[in-house]
Design a protein around this ligand. Structure first.
Ligand code: BGC
Length: 688
């Protein structure tokens, strides 16, 4: 290749140069037909393949990543990757720009729904499973956003100030697991800076840690250049592909090599990575639409397995008979997926009201008429005003204010109520505290009025949460009789909610994030732009002052009460844990125990294995998740033996002064069970 060709090879091409097919994808690499190098198509894909609304093609919308992680099931995450990869293959897409595995550091980050967990072991392993699923089709993934892209406010310039220990143990850990377990074919470097240097220009991160220490052999691409960078520094740091690409970057590279600012060896490395990606992902043209039925049934299953039952005071599963009063706009207009690049243009979204009807459950016609008219009228208005936002989601309709008399009448006519409260979120901005993290006054009034009216008649109320991120629950959670959190449940969401409420499906999801009592209890509360940027604050940097004490690591260690803890989730059955065994070897520790379904209905049980390190040495969290999983479906009375091998490295902490991982000597405790502070079994072992 000539110098100019090499430069073009590592820079994405303009949309006007895309081939006429697949305009709906977001980027392409340059083709070189004379060398047999095809153009590669890249599309977003954390909840399914992101195609443009302008195209007629549709793809399956799966539950959001935050939901998927609540399944605590890596096999399920792999299945989602497999089907998303299959749909990508059929649409001639070579790389899915997913999964996002950044740590959920603060509840207000606008992209939390695209991420998995506040814990790196969950984020890394669920991410690895997704990657393995997608790549099994010969389609690449792009694990993103490397690294510390934990907020959206000022995302292009924000400087994350993070200690080396927190970086190693929390923020890099998930990426390390994912790289080692799944060898993703691409990694996307984030927009932000880390400790003063743009991560895209940081050779220590990309070349020394990612490639050197972890042995990563794939391609590194930049996130979508919303801010100009130093092209030479990006290339030298280890980026191989500049996205979405501009002529200026091509010129920069050509001139850089000519005037010695760019080492030709860096350009050759980048070129060879682009060619390697092509060899891995080029399959010729398929021109065969995917069978979307496959995705639809999996999407529903994932929604059922990811839902977390937060409260159930003798209400669920619903008795088969009776009529339901469905309240809340989201009962009629579900938020299936989040907005921004993770949005999926899917064939349909099943609404809760339609799923109830399909299941033969009578729903109140008067409420239905009222809400449907509101949704139709208000969405037409929003769709008109937001016409340009064709490829991403639309803003949510505000909750409808209802008169008390209307609710009282509904309480007379119906046997129980279901209220759905929803949230969306999108990249580029963080969530607000008021009317988003905290419920709006209208929502609070709706919950109080419906609960009062139905309880006065001796009738019960279930609340369905349809969330893109966590919300405040402590001040109102005592009112409804049951609370089911289904996150953003994907296109089949309504059916999944109906199956879960009626007991056709048994909830088995567990929280992979904690719900604090109040936003300001959160360890990063004050070190996050929780006030809107318009209010004149300067958000040039974010101090990760909580260090390694992120999420439950903080709440458990400092004894801070939460509303719903990490690992929490109820079931319609009960499980007994027994036969704990632990055997400590030099290289690993073998753990085994049995889980038995002691209830009356079939169910699955998610479990975690938490470690408490010996005291002395480095300061450590009270509990750290080291492994997790889920049993198969167990019938009443049936049991499963769980066997887990924990490698010695799992016990290491990063000593900043020594600049190395160290394993403390002494007595370790393992707490078994999904909920960190409610172990079902405990075991001890020693390391000398
Ligand atoms: C986002 C990435 C996404 C890319 C392409 C960027 O703005 O940060 O996550 O993959 O756009 O859509």
């Amino acid at each position: 290749m000539t110098l100019e060709e090499k430069a073009r090879c590592v820079v994405g091409i303009k949309r006007s140069d895309f081939p006429p097919t697949n305009k709906g994808i977001c980027a392409r690499t340059a083709p070189f037909p004379s060398y047999g190098i095809p153009t590669l198509a890249l599309a977003d894909g954390s909840s399914g393949v992101h195609l443009s609304r302008r195209e007629k093609d549709r793809a399956t919308a799966f539950p959001s990543s935050m939901a998927l992680a609540s399944s605590w099931d890596t096999a399920l995450a792999k299945e989602v990757g497999t089907v998303a990869g299959y749909e990508a293959l059929r649409y001639n897409i070579n790389v899915l720009l997913a999964p996002g595995i950044n740590i959920i550091r603060n509840p207000l980050c606008g992209r939390n729904f695209e991420y998995y967990s506040e814990d790196p072991v969950i984020a890394g392993n669920i991410g690895a499973a997704y990657v393995n699923g997608v790549q099994g089709n010969g389609i690449g993934t792009s694990v993103k956003h490397f690294i510390c892209n934990n907020q959206e406010t000022n995302r292009g310039h924000n400087n994350a100030l993070v200690s080396m220990r927190a970086l190693r143990e929390i923020y890099l850990k998930g990426f390390e697991i994912c790289v080692k377990e799944a060898s993703p074919w691409t990694i996307m470097t984030a927009y932000n800076s880390l400790n003063g240097l743009p991560v895209q220009e940081n050779p220590w991160l990309i070349s020394a840690v990612l490639r050197g220490e972890w042995g990563y052999d794939g391609l590194v691409m930049t996130d979508w250049s919303i801010v100009p960078h130093n092209t030479a520094a990006q290339l030298h740091a280890g980026n191989d592909l500049f996205m979405p690409g501009s002529d200026n970057q091509v010129q920069d590279i050509v001139e850089g090599v000519r005037n010695g600012r760019i080492d030709i060896a860096d350009l050759d490395r980048a070129c060879s990575k682009v060619i390697q990606l092509g060899q891995r992902t080029w399959h010729g043209s398929k021109n065969k639409a995917p069978d979307l039925k496959r995705g639809a049934s999996l999407s529903k299953r994932v929604a059922c397995e990811s839902a977390v039952l937060l409260k159930n005071e003798g209400m669920l599963p619903l008795a088969a008979k009776g009529t339901a009063a469905l309240f809340g706009v989201r009962s009629y207009d579900l938020v299936a997926v989040g907005s921004g690049s993770a949005f999926v243009v899917c064939p349909h979204v099943i609404q809760l009201i339609d799923a109830f009807r399909e299941a033969g459950i009578a729903a109140d016609a008067e409420l239905e008429d009222l809400y449907r008219k509101y949704v139709a009228f208000a969405s037409a208005d929003i769709a008109y005003n937001e016409k340009i936002k064709v490829h991403i989601g639309l803003p949510l309709l505000p909750e409808l204010e209802l008169r008390r008399s209307l609710i009282d009448k509904a309480a007379e006519r119906n046997d129980y109520a279901v209220i759905t409260i929803g949230r969306t979120a999108e990249e580029g901005k963080d969530r607000n505290l008021q009317d988003d993290y905290y419920l709006s006054d209208t929502e609070k009034e709706l919950i109080s009025m419906v609960c009062e009216a139905f309880h006065a008649k001796g009738k019960q109320v279930a609340l369905v949460l349809n969330l893109a991120g966590i919300i405040e629950t402590e001040t109102w959670k005592d009112q409804p009789d049951a609370i089911l959190n289904v996150w953003l449940p994907g296109q089949e969401g309504g059916t999944a909610v109906c199956d879960l409420l009626t007991g056709k499906a048994n909830p088995s999801g567990r929280l992979a994030v904690s719900f604090p009592v109040d936003y300001f209890d959160c360890p990063s509360a004050y070190n996050f732009p929780f006030e809107h940027p318009e209010e004149g604050k300067n958000y040039d940097f974010t101090d990760y002052a909580e260090d390694i004490y992120v999420g439950y690591r903080y709440y458990c260690t400092k004894g801070v009460k939460v509303s719903y803890p990490f690992g929490y989730g109820l079931s319609y059955t009960t499980f007994e844990y027994a036969m704990p065994k632990v055997k400590a070897g030099k290289k690993s520790v073998s753990v085994s125990f049995t889980v038995r379904n002691t209830g009356a209905v079939p169910g699955k049980e998610a479990y975690g294995i938490y470690l408490t390190a010996p005291s002395g040495g480095l300061d450590k969290p009270a509990l750290e998740l080291k492994a997790f999983g889920k049993t198969r479906m167990l019938s009443p009375g049936e049991s499963e033996i769980v066997r887990v091998e924990l490698p010695a490295e799992a016990f290491a902490s990063f000593n900043e002064e020594a600049g190395e991982w160290q394993i403390a000597r002494g007595k370790y405790t393992l707490s078994i069970g999904a909920e960190a502070e409610k172990p079902r079994l405990m075991m001890e072992f020693k390391r000398n």
